[in-house]
Design a protein around this ligand. Structure first.
Ligand code: 5GP
Length: 171
């Protein structure tokens, strides 16, 4: 396993994103919506550096397919998330093809939020294939399968404090 982003690099980026969100959402009481499960570590750190009042909620998204392959079919459980009349920020750990975000954006837009923006910590090159604008973007990363900081490989490695690229020997 090769470390791609250290805990320190991630903390610095989370601080930067949190500061931008704090500036932009002053007085707006935004609703941050995390995409389970991968977002939990990022979201937990992000909310603690945002200095303006806000709320959090969760949706669950998954793509059918093998562990390292995005199949292209997105499934989302919106639970009872209610975004009507709210300023919403979707919080994603990683954007690969952008299909998940595209699907989620469409589903939430139907509920008529006041505004809808996207915050993603990691963005792969493939993201540019889908028409989703990432308003608050952390790191551009290579097109490798990564784990850690909430991201799993068959439910392993979510707990790592850094982001790493897995290789054959890790299986
Ligand atoms: P998209 O719909 O943008 O192609 O895929 C997004 C979802 O695929 C992410 O929320 C994440 O669950 C999963 N994913 C994409 N790339 C990676 C990766 O490198 N590592 C892990 N662990 N999950 C990934």
């Amino acid at each position: 396993m090769k470390i791609l982003l250290t805990a320190e690099q991630i903390a610095e980026m989370v601080g930067y994103l949190g500061a931008r969100l704090s500036d932009d959402y002053r007085g707006k009481n935004p609703l941050l919506i995390g995409c389970l499960k991968g977002c939990v570590v990022f979201l937990a750190d992000l909310v603690r550096v945002i200095t303006v009042p806000h709320a959090i909620d969760f949706v669950r998204t998954s793509t059918y397919g093998k562990r390292q392959v995005t199949s292209g079919v997105v499934r989302a459980e919106l639970f009872d998330v209610d975004v009507r009349g709210r300023h919403v920020v979707i919080v994603e750990d990683i954007v690969d093809t952008g299909l998940t975000l595209g699907y989620l954006t469409e589903a939430l837009t139907k509920q008529e939020p006041l505004s809808l923006k996207i915050c993603a910590l990691l963005v792969k090159p493939g993201a540019y294939r889908a028409p989703v604008a990432i308003d608050y973007k952390g790191f551009d990363i290579p097109d490798d399968f990564v784990v850690g900081y909430g991201l799993d490989w068959g439910e392993r490695y979510r707990y790592l404090p850094y982001v790493a690229v897995v290789d054959e020997q890790d299986d």
